[in-house]
Design a protein. Structure first.
Length: 407
C-alpha cells in the first residue's frame, strides 16, 4: 500500500506543479510533507522504535488527497493566475518597507522588555503562559502579516542587513514564548511566501527550512533544561526522539483511529463547529467566561516502543469518522472535495491580485495546508487571528497612489 500511496501522491504533485508552473503551490504544500514523513517513518525511523503508519491510515490520507485535488480542479487557475518572479520589483513599490522594519523593531523592543522583566522575576520557565499572552503576544501575531514581505525584500537587498536583523529579532521573540508552533509557524510562513514569489530559491529555502526548524526545536528544549538545571540528565537521543514524535507522531497516532477509535461519537458538523468558534471563543472566554463548542484534548497514546507519546492526529485524521459506516466515509470524502474547492477559491483569488503581495495566502497555507500533518490548528485561535491581521495590517503600510497592476 505504501508504494501505491507514494506513487499516486507524487503524481498528483507533479501534475499540479506543471499546471501552475510552480512547485510552490497549494497541493504540493499539503502533500509533500506527508510523502516525506511517511517514507522516512515506514522505511527508516521505525527501526528506532517508532510504530509504522498503517495501510488503513495511508488509504485514508490518499482518499483525502484525491478528494482535495478534485475539489481544487473545479476552480483551478490557468496561466492568468501564475505569479511571476519578475513582477516582485513592481510589487515592492506598493509598500513602505522601511516603515515595516520600524514596526518590527518596535515590537521586538516591547517583547524584549517583557522578556527581561520575566527573567528578572524568575518567571522565564513559565513564559509559555506569559510571553505569548497579552499585548506583546498579539503584537507578535501581527508581525506575521509583514515579516514575510520584509524577508523577501532582503533577498533582493542582501547588503542591507537591517531588514534581516528585524526579521531575526521577531523570530527570536517568538522563540522566547516557548510555544513551538509560534516560531515554527513563522519560519514556515516565510518559507512559503518566498517560494510563492521567488521560486528560484527552492533548494536553498528547503534546506534552510529543515535546518531552522530542527535547530529551533532542539534549542527550545536545551534552554528549558539549562534553566531548570537538568541538561546533564538528558541524552542526545531524547532530542531526536522528540523531534520525530512532533514531526510524525500525529500520523502514527492516526493508527488508533482504526484500532481503538478516536473521537468516536463526535460528528462531522460538531468538529467543524470546533474550528469555526476557535476565534470567537477567545473573546467570549475573556469577556464572559464562556466557551461555545469547547475543544476536548485527545488522550495521550504511545507512538513508539521507546516511551514517546502523542495526543494529536493530523488534520485529515481528525475529520475522519472513526468507526463510521460507508455513508459517513463518503461524507468525509465529499467534505474534502468541498474543502479543496473552497481553498482553491481562496488560493486563486489571492493570486489574481497580482499587483501586490499576499501574506494572507502564505499564512493561510502555513496553518491550514502545510502544517496539516502536524495537527489541527483550526481549533486554536492564534492562526485565525493571524489571518485577520494578514488582511488588515498590510494596508497600513501601502503607499498611496500605487495602483498600477503589473503586466
Amino acid at each position: 500500500m505504501i508504494i501505491i500511496f507514494l506513487l499516486i501522491s507524487i503524481l498528483l504533485v507533479i501534475f499540479q506543479a506543471r499546471r501552475e508552473k510552480n512547485i510552490g503551490n497549494m497541493l504540493s504544500f499539503l502533500i509533500v510533507p506527508y510523502i516525506i514523513l511517511v517514507f522516512l517513518n515506514n522505511f527508516v525511523i521505525y527501526r528506532f522504535g517508532f510504530y509504522k503508519i498503517s495501510d488503513k491510515v495511508l488509504l485514508m490520507l490518499l482518499g483525502a488527497f484525491i478528494a482535495f485535488f478534485i475539489g481544487m480542479s473545479l476552480f483551478s487557475g490557468r496561466a492568468s493566475y501564475v505569479i511571476y518572479e519578475k513582477d516582485n520589483e513592481n510589487r515592492f513599490r506598493h509598500y513602505n518597507i522601511d516603515k515595516m522594519v520600524k514596526f518590527l523593531y518596535f515590537v521586538a523592543f516591547l517583547a524584549s522588555c517583557k522578556l527581561i522583566y520575566l527573567i528578572i522575576n524568575g518567571d522565564i520557565t513559565g513564559s509559555e503562559s506569559q510571553m505569548g499572552n497579552g499585548l506583546v503576544g498579539h503584537l507578535l501575531l501581527i508581525c506575521y502579516a509583514i515579516v514575510p514581505i520584509v524577508f523577501l525584500y532582503w533577498t533582493y537587498n542582501k547588503k542591507k542587513l537591517k531588514y534581516l536583523f528585524s526579521v531575526g529579532l521577531i523570530v527570536a521573540m517568538n522563540f522566547a514564548t516557548f510555544i513551538k508552533y509560534n516560531v515554527i509557524g513563522l519560519i514556515v510562513s516565510i518559507f512559503i511566501f518566498t517560494l510563492i514569489y521567488k521560486k528560484s530559491v527552492l533548494i536553498k529555502a528547503c534546506v534552510l527550512l529543515v535546518s531552522a526548524v530542527a535547530i529551533l526545536f532542539i534549542s527550545n528544549y536545551v534552554i528549558g533544561f539549562v534553566l531548570s538545571n537538568s541538561l546533564k540528565d538528558v541524552s542526545n537521543l531524547f532530542y531526536l526522539n522528540h523531534l520525530w514524535k512532533y514531526s510524525a507522531g500525529s500520523l502514527i497516532y492516526d493508527n488508533y483511529i482504526f484500532d481503538v477509535g478516536v473521537n468516536v461519537g463526535v460528528g462531522m458538523f460538531q468538529k467543524i463547529a470546533y474550528f469555526i468558534f476557535a476565534l470567537p471563543n477567545m473573546f467570549l472566554n475573556k469577556i464572559f467566561k464562556i466557551t461555545i463548542f469547547p475543544y476536548e484534548i485527545m488522550p495521550s497514546r504511545s507512538v513508539s516502543s521507546v516511551g514517546e507519546y502523542s495526543n494529536v492526529t493530523d488534520a485529515i485524521g481528525y475529520m475522519f469518522p472513526s468507526r463510521g459506516g460507508t455513508l459517513e466515509i463518503i461524507g468525509f470524502l465529499v467534505l474534502f472535495v468541498i474543502i479543496g474547492a473552497l481553498f482553491s477559491v481562496i488560493y486563486n483569488s489571492c493570486k489574481m491580485r497580482n499587483y501586490k503581495f499576499s501574506p494572507f495566502l502564505a499564512n493561510f497555507m502555513t496553518f491550514f495546508v502545510f502544517l496539516s500533518f502536524f495537527g489541527t490548528f483550526y481549533v486554536n485561535p492564534g492562526p485565525w487571528e493571524i489571518l485577520v491581521w494578514s488582511i488588515i495590517v498590510p494596508y497600513f503600510f501601502r503607499i498611496k497612489g500605487k495602483n498600477v497592476k503589473s503586466e
